[in-house]
Ligand binder design. Structure first.
Ligand code: 6R9
Length: 650
């Protein structure tokens, strides 16, 4: 126990000016639950509609009559909302403030007018290349303004973008391209992070040699580092060359509110990553409203979210939310520790950042370096801090609050998922007192509940699995190409409810504390990795017979990846082979999935019916062999003893 406070009240001067204060939160939350259609109908008026919606909400989670529709007769275009409508008042305002990896290179401000022009030009170029409404476009770019330009250009012509994180391997690109049958890829020669080059174009070349990718007709290549790349004509085209002489105006496509805006692949507990599909009207309404309300956005804010556009946080809270609100958003190409551990705080000073949003893993890594690198900077401009991606431990929360924010800035711990589109549980900074480690209370319209293993709703202070009882406009609508998988994954475990996959505790004050995934998803530095994906990468190696992968607690990353590997009979284990297998997984999926530990397992603990008992493997990985629990169903108990004996030290 420490004597640090358990509750951090809303700073009174913040509350006095906040968009939403305590009393307004209670009132608006009540209204949003009592009359969702009335509430969300009013919220939708914040967007520019080509045809205003009259049918607001039509949702049923019932398995025999399943549908989710928001604003179904409305029409709009997302790029018009992010760009055109800002021009009158905010044409010269900075939309994106690009801060390069190398601090000695100049930052670049892109105004709303310039962004509009660039988006229109690319949108025209895409149309010229034959891209039509509903076509899928893969975007594999570094954190440069062209990433936002590419997303918005797709939105302008009704093409569905699928952004693939720059850290993913050729195999992962190929899987995603083939799943959605992309017609075109937008990439760059290379990315650069922490001074290291990432061969983006070469990765695309390798991906397009793999089966299932021959739908791709064109690859547009942004010249970013100037590094040498192979251009394979006529497939590959320089971005500049196709965009340069395009007109600066582009007629936007009229989109139905329920038309898809994008697909974003995310890991689940089984099989290959699923293409989470978001729609236009509900998604944009939700991200713009949450971005304004949760971050207490004001006209002169400089907002910085450190996520990559390859993840949902980048989609919702770098691109769509902030731009729909006419905000100034920093786009940072680099990493927190390059050239040194002061980088984040230096960027904050340089651009006078007021709202800062990052991940617990980054906070923990920076906290480990002590207060010095933080205190070397001013951070006077900051007025709010946010976190996202994984549970934040109270020590890291307090360091963020006390050292980074000097106790001046409220912290918003925002819980949400790729599937939810936007933030669902979070303190509103002027309304809800913080408790370190708790995402606190539901946003407007959100009805969280905690259920036991049988789906029984538990009341009061309790712990169990987190479900959502009703829909909100930003909810995903389908798994691309596999609607049944959407229903099976999220609505079958507890019929009539959306199951989040997260465990959760609620305290006596009604605060929610997310305890982490309860399914076979590992959250590594805020990135979701399915155990099944890593296992299938391992068993695709010719020397591997079987593999089981679990998460284990990791000081910096939150969770690490622990792999148990059984070799094919006759193969000998060795340090070289261990390294080879770790490198193999990196190559198959990407560096985010690199196993931290790989233990040889002559056998895996299985039930008599042959099911791997992961619960036991997790306990061994956690180094808690005294908590193995019931092992009576094991087919061969000696397997466990041997694994415990040869555990790899963390
Ligand atoms: C936005 C994003 C979703 C999973 C989610 C949960 C974890 C996210 C959290 C959090 C505790 C928070 N998670 N935010 N856990 N507190 N504030 O991260 O989306 O990549 O899909 O991950 O991340 O486990 O289920 P995504």
């Amino acid at each position: 126990m420490t004597d640090a406070p358990a509750v951090y009240p809303v700073p009174p001067d913040f509350a006095a000016k906040a968009r939403v204060n305590r009393e307004q939160y209670e009132r608006l939350y009540g209204e949003s639950i009592d009359d969702p259609a009335g509430f969300w109908g009013r919220v939708a008026a914040r967007l520019d509609w080509m045809r205003a919606p009259t049918k607001i909400k039509d949702v049923s989670y019932k398995l025999d009559d399943f549908h989710i529709r928001w604003y179904e007769d409305g029409e709009l275009n997302a790029s018009v909302n992010c760009l055109d409508r800002q021009l009158a008042e905010r044409g010269d305002k900075t939309a994106l403030l690009f801060e390069p990896d190398d601090p000695n290179q100049p930052a670049r401000a892109v105004s709303y007018r310039e962004l509009h022009r660039r988006v229109c030009k690319l949108a025209n170029a895409l149309r010229n290349l034959g891209v039509r409404k509903g076509d899928r476009i893969t975007i594999y770019l570094p954190m440069i303004p062209e990433a936002a330009v590419a997303m918005l250009a797709c939105a302008r012509i009704g093409a569905i973008h699928s952004v693939v994180f720059g850290g993913f391997s050729p195999n992962s690109i190929a899987d995603r391209v083939s799943d959605c049958q992309s017609k075109l890829i937008i990439t760059a020669d290379e990315g650069v992070r922490g001074g290291k080059k990432i061969p983006l174009k070469a990765n695309v070349d390798a991906a397009l040699k793999l089966p299932g990718t021959n739908t791709v007709e064109t690859v547009l290549v942004v010249r970013h580092t100037g590094g040498a790349v192979d251009m394979q004509m006529p497939r590959d085209r320089w971005y500049e060359a196709v965009v340069d002489d395009q007109p600066e105006q582009c007629e936007p496509e009229r989109m139905n509110a329920e038309d898809p805006l994008f697909i974003l692949y995310t890991s689940g507990s089984t099989g290959k990553p699923k293409g989470v599909m978001h729609t236009t009207g509900g998604y944009l309404t939700y991200v713009s409203y949450t971005h304004e309300t949760v971050f207490d956005l004001r006209e002169d804010d400089v907002y910085w979210c450190t996520a990559d556009v390859g993840w949902v946080t980048g989609h919702s809270y770098i691109v769509y939310g902030p731009l729909a609100n006419g905000a100034t958003a920093v786009m940072f190409e680099g990493v927190p520790n390059y050239p040194d551990f002061s980088r984040f705080w230096q960027v904050i000073d340089k651009h006078k950042v007021t709202l800062f949003y990052t991940a617990p893993t980054a906070i923990r890594a920076l906290m480990r370096e002590g207060d010095g690198p933080v205190k070397a900077t001013s951070r006077k401009s900051l007025r709010l801090l946010g976190t996202v991606g994984e549970p934040i431990n109270p020590e890291a929360w307090r360091w963020y609050n006390d050292v980074v924010g000097e106790g001046r800035c409220p912290i918003i711990d925002t819980w949400w998922q790729t599937e939810t589109g936007g933030i669902l549980i979070t303190p509103l900074p002027g309304a809800i007192d913080a408790k370190p480690g708790s995402a606190t209370k539901p946003f407007f319209g959100i009805r969280p509940a905690i259920v036991d293993a049988n789906g029984q709703i538990l009341d009061g202070a309790t712990e169990g699995n987190l479900v959502l009882l009703d829909s909100w406009p930003g909810q995903m609508r389908s798994v691309y190409g596999d609607h049944q998988r959407f229903i099976d994954t999220y609505f079958k475990t507890y019929p009539g409810m959306y199951f989040t996959g997260d465990g959760c505790r609620r305290d006596a004050d009604g605060y929610y504390w997310i305890t982490g995934r309860v399914d076979d998803v590992i959250n590594v530095s805020g990135h979701r990795i399915g155990t099944a994906e890593v296992e299938s990468a391992l068993v695709s190696h010719p020397k591997v017979a079987e593999a089981a992968v679990v998460g284990f607690p990791h000081d910096i990353k939150g969770q690490g990846i622990y792999a148990y590997v059984t070799l094919v009979a006759g193969e000998a284990d060795s340090e070289d082979l261990r390294k080879e297998l770790v490198a193999w997984v990196r190559k198959e999926i990407g560096p985010v999935a690199t196993p931290d530990h790989l233990q040889w397992a002559p056998g895996l603990p299985k039930t008599r019916s042959g099911k791997i008992m992961r619960r036991i493997l997790r306990k061994i990985a956690e180094n808690a062999p005294d908590q193995l629990g019931d092992t009576s169903t094991l087919a061969d108990p000696s397997v466990v003893e041997s694994l415990v004996k040869h555990r790899r030290d963390a």
